[in-house]
Design a protein around this ligand. Structure first.
Ligand code: NAD
Length: 234
C-alpha cells in the first residue's frame, strides 16, 4: 500500500518529535518532510529550513505544530499543493485563523487547540451546563514552563464554548506554568450549596500526536472545507 507522505511543520519541536515517534511503524503514513528553523536533522526523511516546490509537491498531508508566525510564513508555500492540512498551533490571532481558513476552499483543513479524545468529549459535555447557567464558572489550566501562549488554546476554546452555553461572559481563565506538566484543564462550576468540577489531564504528549494522526486518516477522506476535531468524531 502506498504510504501518505507527511509534511511536518515544526518538525524539530516537542510535538514534531512526538509525531515522528507515532509515525514509526505506521502502514498508512511516512515521515517525509520535516520543516523547522533549526539546522539539525529532525528524523524525517528530508529535514529542511526552506519549503522548496520539488519536495512540497510530493507531500500528501500537512501536519502543523509550530508557531503562528511560522505557519503564516509557510501557508503560501504549502497552499499551492492543495493537500489536507491539520494544524494544532495555538496562540493565533483572528486574522491568522482567517488566513488558515482561507485555504479550506481548495483543500480540507482542520484546526484544533487540542487533539485529545477526552477534550473532544468534554467539549460536548459542556452543553449540559446550560442547566446550571446561574452558577459561577471558572476555567483553570496548568502547563509546562516552556509553553508560549497563556491562557492555553484549549482554555480559550473551552471558554468560548462555555460562554455560548451559559449565555454570559466569564472571568478569564486562570493559568499556571511550571515544570513539565503536559496539560491540565479544569472547569469549575460554583453554586451556593454545591461545587462541580470537570478535569482533563493529558498524561503524555503522545495523546495529541496520536490524535493528529487519527485526524489525518479521516481528513484525507473529507471534501474541501474547514473542520474542527469534533467534526471528525461524527
Ligand atoms: P516547540 O517550541 O517545541 O516547537 C516549535 C517548532 O516550530 C520547532 O520545530 C521550531 O523549530 C519551529 N519553528 C518556530 N519558529 C519557526 C519559524 N519561524 N520557522 C520555521 N519553524 C519554526 O513547541 P511544541 O510544544 O511542539 O508546540 C507547538 C505548537 O503546538 C504550540 O502552539 C502548542 O501550543 C501547540 N500544541 C497543540 C496541541 C494540540 O493538541 N492542538 C498539543 C500540544 C501543543
Amino acid at each position: 500500500m502506498k504510504k501518505n507522505k507527511v509534511g511536518m511543520l515544526g518538525a524539530s519541536g516537542r510535538m514534531g518529535q512526538e509525531i515522528l515517534l507515532c509515525l514509526e511503524g505506521q502502514t498508512k503514513f511516512e515521515a517525509f518532510l520535516g520543516w523547522s528553523n533549526q539546522k539539525e536533522e529532525t528524523g524525517y526523511k528530508h529535514s529542511v529550513t526552506k519549503l522548496e516546490p520539488d519536495l512540497v509537491d510530493k507531500v500528501d498531508i500537512w501536519l502543523d505544530f509550530s508557531t503562528p508566525e511560522a505557519l503564516m510564513s509557510a501557508l503560501p508555500k504549502i497552499g499551492r499543493s492543495k493537500k489536507p492540512i491539520i494544524s494544532g498551533t495555538t496562540g493565533m490571532s483572528e486574522i491568522q485563523m482567517k488566513k488558515l481558513n482561507s485555504l479550506s476552499t481548495s483543500a480540507p483543513v482542520m484546526w484544533s487547540s487540542n487533539m485529545s479524545l477526552g477534550i473532544a468529549v468534554l467539549m460536548k459535555t459542556i452543553e449540559n451546563l446550560n442547566l446550571i447557567s446561574h452558577f459561577d464558572f471558572q476555567i483553570e489550566e496548568t502547563h509546562h514552563k516552556l509553553k508560549k501562549d497563556r491562557p492555553s488554546g484549549t482554555a480559550l476554546s473551552l471558554q468560548k464554548k462555555l460562554q455560548k452555553v451559559v449565555k454570559k461572559n466569564l472571568p478569564p481563565a486562570v493559568s499556571m506554568r511550571g515544570g513539565g506538566v503536559v496539560g491540565v484543564h479544569k472547569i469549575w462550576a460554583y453554586g451556593t450549596e454545591e461545587t462541580l468540577c470537570f478535569e482533563h489531564t493529558a498524561l503524555q504528549r503522545q495523546v495529541f500526536a496520536r490524535g493528529a494522526i487519527w485526524a489525518a486518516e479521516r481528513l484525507l477522506k473529507k471534501q474541501n472545507g474547514f473542520y474542527v476535531f469534533g467534526d471528525l468524531l461524527k
